[in-house]
Design a protein around this ligand. Structure first.
Ligand SMILES: [Zn+2]
Ligand SMILES: [Zn+2]
Length: 487
C-alpha cells in the first residue's frame, strides 16, 4: 500500500489568499523578556528541532520526540502530565496560575517513506524510512519555545495567567487532539493558539473539511479458484462492487465532497477465492451535515455490495475530525503580532540552499519573496474541499487561531522531500522561532487585556450557536494506537 498517497492530503496546510488588507492597528512591542529569551536561545531550539528531525517517528509511536519536548518543558519548571487520553505519547504541560488559560498545540509525528537529507536535491538518508515532511519537528519545538518564552514574561512581571502546551500525537491520521478534546483536557482553557510550518508567513483562513476515515472489511468463503469456484464467495468481489458503486455515486454528491480509498487487503493468491478483503475510505465535506449524509450513502453501498456478492461487511471508524472554525478576533490579534515579527531573513548559506530548491522546482527566484513577507489577513472563504485537521475539534470547543511561518522554501509541495530538507536546516529553526515569538506576543496581549479574551469568547459563542453540542465524529472508540504499525 502506498502509505504516502494514503495520508498525503490529511494535513490542513496554511492557506494563502489576496483579499483585503487588514488595517494596521497599533501593535505591541518586540522589547520584552520573551523576545529577548528567544533571541538568545537559537542554539537550544536549533538542537532540539534537529534532534526530533533525526529520529522521525510515526503517529502514536513518537516516544523519543514526545520525551524530548517533555524533558525541556520540565527543565523549565512546567508540570507535565504524560499519557493523557489513553495515548502514551500525549501530554499536557502547565505553567503559571489563574486566568486566562492559554493553550498552545504541539505536534511531533513524522511521515512514512519520506526520508531525506538536508540537501537541496533528493537524497534519502535511508531509503523507505520516515521523514518530517510536514515539519512537525519544527512544529513541536516552536510551540514549546513559545510557551517557555511566555513563562519568562509571566515570571518577570509576576503576572497572573496560565500557559498550557498540548503535546498532540498522531496528527497524520490518528487524530490525537480529538481524544484529548473528548476526554475533557481542553475544559477550562480560554484560548487556543496554533501554528503550522508553511511556505509563507500568514494567518490561516481555510476551514478545510470534516472527515471520517472508515475501514470496511468484507468476509466471504475461501475455495480453489479453478477447482471449485462455485463453493467460494469472494470478499474481494464485495470490495470491488462497493468501490464501483461509490465511483458511480460520486457524480451525484455535492461538488466540494471528497471520497478516496485504497484496498489494503485484496487477498493472497489468485488461485484462492479471497475469504477476507479490506478497503480504507476517507470521506470529507466542508460541512458536517453533508458528511453525515455521504457516510450514510457509502455505508448503504457497502451493504448493497455485500448482499450482491453473498459476502458480509463490517465497518470501523478509524478517526473523524470536524472542519476548522477559526476565531476572527484572535486572527486579527495574531496578524498584528506576525507583522511585528516579520518574515524569515536568510543568510548567504540559507539563500543558496533555498535558491537551489526553487530552481529544482522550475520556479522563478522571485518566488522566494514569500518567505520574507507577511501576507495581509485574508477574508475567510467558504471551503471548496481540501484537507482536514484534528485542530477542527479543538476549534469547536475553544476559540482558536492558527498561523504559518516559512519553515519551507516557497513553492514546495506539502509532504515533500523539499520540506524534510528545509525543516531540518537553520531555515526551519528561524521559522519555528518566529512562530514562538508570535505565540509570546499574542499571549502577552491576551494576559494584559482581559477584554480581548472576552471578545474572542463572545464571538465564539455567537457564531457557534447556542444549540451546538459537541459529538466526536470518531464516536467512543479508543485511540487506534497501532494504525502505523505494519501488520
Ligand atoms: Zn501533514
Ligand atoms: Zn502537519
Amino acid at each position: 500500500m502506498k502509505r504516502t498517497v494514503y495520508i498525503s492530503a490529511l494535513c490542513l496546510l496554511v492557506v494563502s489568499s489576496g483579499a483585503y488588507a487588514q488595517k494596521k492597528k497599533k501593535a505591541g512591542s518586540l522589547d520584552n523578556v520573551s523576545i529577548t529569551y528567544l533571541n538568545n536561545s537559537f542554539g537550544t531550539y536549533d538542537k532540539l528541532q534537529k534532534q526530533i528531525w533525526s529520529t522521525p517517528e510515526l503517529g502514536f509511536l513518537e516516544e523519543k520526540s514526545s520525551k524530548t519536548l517533555q524533558d525541556h518543558l520540565k527543565s523549565q519548571g512546567f508540570q507535565v502530565e504524560v499519557g493523557v487520553a489513553q495515548m502514551p505519547t500525549a501530554f499536557v504541560a502547565t505553567y503559571g496560575s489563574g486566568s486566562p488559560v492559554i493553550g498552545i498545540l504541539a505536534e511531533f509525528d513524522a511521515l512514512p517513506g519520506l526520508s531525506q537529507d538536508t540537501v537541496p536535491y533528493q537524497k534519502p538518508l535511508a531509503e523507505g524510512t520516515n521523514g518530517h515532511a510536514c515539519g512537525h519537528n519544527n512544529f513541536g519545538v516552536g510551540s514549546v519555545a513559545g510557551a517557555v518564552a511566555i513563562k519568562e514574561w509571566l515570571d518577570a512581571g509576576k503576572h497572573a495567567g496560565t500557559i498550557k502546551v498540548f503535546g498532540t500525537p498522531a496528527e497524520e491520521g490518528g487524530g490525537g487532539k480529538v481524544y484529548m478534546v473528548r476526554d475533557g483536557y481542553f475544559k477550562g482553557v480560554d484560548i487556543v493558539l496554533d501554528w503550522h510550518p508553511a511556505t509563507g508567513n500568514g494567518v490561516s483562513v481555510g476551514t478545510g473539511t470534516a472527515i471520517q476515515m472508515i475501514d470496511y472489511t468484507f468476509k466471504g468463503i475461501a475455495a480453489h479458484a479453478a477447482g471449485s469456484p462455485d463453493k467460494g464467495r469472494s470478499a474481494l468481489d464485495g470490495v470491488e462492487a462497493f468501490d464501483y458503486m461509490v465511483n458511480l455515486l460520486r457524480e451525484h454528491v455535492p461538488f466540494s465532497s471528497r471520497i478516496h480509498y485504497v484496498i489494503t487487503n485484496g487477498g493472497e493468491a489468485p488461485n484462492v477465492v479471497p475469504e477476507y478483503a479490506k478497503v480504507s475510505y476517507y470521506i470529507r465535506s466542508p460541512q458536517r451535515k453533508v458528511l453525515e449524509d455521504l457516510v450514510t450513502w457509502v455505508n448503504a453501498a457497502a451493504e448493497g455490495a455485500a448482499k450482491g456478492t453473498q459476502t458480509t461487511v463490517s465497518s470501523e471508524v478509524i478517526a473523524g475530525f470536524y472542519e476548522v472554525f477559526y476565531n476572527h478576533t484572535l486572527q486579527k490579534l495574531v496578524q498584528q503580532q506576525l507583522e511585528l515579527v516579520g518574515g524569515i531573513k536568510y543568510d548567504e548559506r540559507e539563500r543558496a540552499f533555498a535558491e537551489a530548491i526553487v530552481k529544482g522546482l522550475g520556479n522563478d527566484l522571485s518566488t522566494l519573496k514569500a518567505a520574507e513577507e507577511v501576507r495581509p489577513l485574508a477574508e475567510e472563504r467558504p471551503s471548496t474541499g481540501g484537507g482536514s485537521s484534528d485542530v477542527g475539534d479543538v476549534s469547536w470547543n475553544v476559540p482558536t487561531a492558527s498561523f504559518g511561518t516559512a519553515v519551507f522554501v516557497p513553492g514546495s509541495a506539502g509532504h515533500s522531500w523539499q520540506n524534510v530538507a528545509s525543516g531540518g536546516t537553520t531555515i526551519g529553526t528561524k521559522g519555528l522561532l518566529n512562530a514562538a515569538k508570535v505565540f509570546a506576543l499574542s499571549a502577552i496581549e491576551l494576559y494584559s487585556n482581559p477584554k480581548l479574551v472576552e471578545e474572542a469568547k463572545k464571538e465564539f459563542e455567537e457564531r457557534r450557536g447556542k444549540d451546538f453540542k459537541y459529538v466526536p465524529l470518531l464516536g467512543d472508540r479508543a485511540p487506534a494506537l497501532d494504525y502505523r504499525v505494519k501488520k
